[in-house]
Design a protein around this ligand. Structure first.
Ligand SMILES: [Zn+2]
Length: 493
């Protein structure tokens, strides 16, 4: 069984606006070299996430363990090699000095060696990142697992821009990043509170964001109890787009809830292998605990509307999306509103399936009307690169088959596009950051929507807005009924 890079390359191609074959060639020709300061708190955790994120692309990877006091210890090196091998046994992490000319060089630490392209360091729960020529300030606090994941994800994002050749207008190098997902707008490392225990918390969705949340919780050494709900099985293409799981896990065909259970070593996990709807029925039947807080990592509007019907005190919903799948967001939803229905409107665009297929693929409506005729090379003429790449996968198949194809479906659900692991991890960090802020009383303000495009980085002064309930939404019209449902569940649990 060999590693399937199709998904990560497709997502990257979409983000960079380039042909998948071109991006794949660029990636295969790129060497990314890593160094780190072994003395930096959470350097090991940052490296583990970074190595995995980079291994999810078909690049070449090398790591220099360094010399002297800051040298990485052998146990860490062994784990990093194992992490890379778990994702792709055919592309091992090479340990030693960089080989070849001008590799892309990433450093974890605040004193990058000569030749570093970009360096990053966790500062408390946040990240500090600097491109060459921009010095680091003194760090405020030892890095945490949350800071480590965020640092690795943003470093991987900067690396992606270089690998993709920074297509003009698509990306922007961010020379300096200082960001804390617990208190966005404040300097990282200022907020240091004891971590809350997981109590009456449910994780809805074990996909790209859900596995990102599990990764953060594990590296934070979070303890307590967590119900995890997901209906799917971990498969081969997930290895290069999710935050946990190896090729061997995919071969075993584990349910995603089992994978997350196994990963959270200090948490008592109740896995629920089923739909959100089924989990609500189990809550009302008394067989599953009613949570007070939900961490959401779902990828469709319908599932979010189902999740809202759990009517918990607080939903912290993470999302990825935007025009090219690089936008991350957090929605804080309340049963009294704004609820997830206020945030996510159902898809009532009134467009036909044929119209949507036409917009997505560029195939003329007259061609789509001849639905039974298989697609040929001739159909690709007149399409732009991106569309040709997309439709090219379906040659020989009848056009009407595209309408319900799962490969296209992700692109039609209200702008949802699947995202790369390093993007989903940033959404997961927003969710976990909000969980820490809200459950320790660090932040008690009105519900927020926080959103930024990972291509341009977090901009605390312009990415947060407060939301009011939407007039006429179910949370307003049915307020009395929702209250009654909550009362009933409260007395039962
Ligand atoms: Zn609402």
């Amino acid at each position: 069984m060999s590693t399937d890079y199709s998904r990560s390359v497709r997502l990257g191609g979409l983000a960079a606006g380039m042909k998948e074959t071109t991006l794949r060639e660029r990636m295969e020709g790129t060497l990314i070299h890593l160094t780190a300061d072994g003395h930096l708190p959470a350097a090991g955790e940052t490296l583990e996430v970074l190595v995995a994120d980079l291994r999810r692309w078909p690049v070449r990877l090398s790591l220099d363990p360094g010399r002297g006091l800051g040298r990485l210890d052998d146990e860490l090196i062994r784990r990093l090699v194992e992490t890379a091998t778990g994702i792709d046994p055919d592309r091992p992490l090479r340990v030693g000095e960089a080989q070849g000319k001008a590799p892309l060089h990433l450093h974890v630490g605040t004193a990058p060696p000569l030749g570093t392209t970009v360096a990053g360091a966790p500062d408390g729960h946040g990240v500090r990142l600097r491109h060459t020529g921009h010095p680091f300030p003194r760090l405020n606090a030892p890095g945490t697992g949350l800071g480590a994941v965020l640092t690795a994800a943003i470093l991987a994002g900067e690396a992606f821009k270089v690998v993709a050749g920074l297509p003009e207008g698509k990306f922007q190098v961010i020379p300096v990043v200082d960001f804390c997902p617990v208190r966005p707008g404040e300097q990282p490392g200022i907020v240091v509170t004891p971590l809350p225990a997981l109590e009456q918390v449910l994780l809805g969705g074990g996909g790209a964001i859900g596995t990102g949340i599990a990764l953060v919780l594990d590296l934070l050494e979070a303890q307590g109890e967590l119900t995890v709900v997901d209906m799917e099985v971990f498969e081969k293409p997930n290895v290069t787009s999710y935050s946990i799981g190896t090729l061997a896990d995919a071969a075993a065909g584990l349910p995603k809830v089992r994978l997350i259970d196994a990963h959270l070593r200090r948490v008592e996990v109740t896995p629920f292998h089923g739909t959100i709807q089924a989990s609500i029925e189990a809550v009302d039947a008394g067989t599953l605990p009613w949570p007070r807080i939900v961490l959401g990592g779902l990828d469709s509007v319908e599932a979010r509307h189902d999740l809202q019907r759990l009517q918990v005190d607080l939903i912290l919903d993470g999302s990825t999306g935007g025009p090219v799948g690089t936008t991350v967001a957090l929605h804080e939803a309340l049963p009294t509103g704004p609820c997830l229905r206020c945030f996510f409107k159902p898809n009532h665009t009134g467009k036909s399936a044929e119209q949507r297929l036409h917009e997505m693929t560029g195939l003329p409506l007259s061609r789509i009307a001849r639905g039974q005729e298989p697609l040929t090379e001739r159909d690709l003429e007149g399409l732009v690169d991106q569309q040709r790449e997309l439709v090219g996968q379906f040659l020989g198949r009848p056009v009407c088959g595209l309408i319900n194809s799962s490969e296209l479906k992700g692109r039609t659900d209200d702008g949802f596009r699947p995202s790369a692991a390093f993007v989903a991890q940033q959404a997961a960090c927003l969710v976990v950051g909000a969980w820490i802020a809200r459950s320790t009383g660090l932040f008690g303000g009105p519900p927020r929507r926080i959103e930024y495009d990972t291509r341009f980085g977090p901009r605390p002064d312009q990415m947060i807005d407060h939301r009011l309930p939407t007039p006429g939404c179910a949370c307003q019209k049915d307020a009395a009924l929702i209250n009654l449902i909550r009362e009933t569940r409260r007395t039962r649990h």
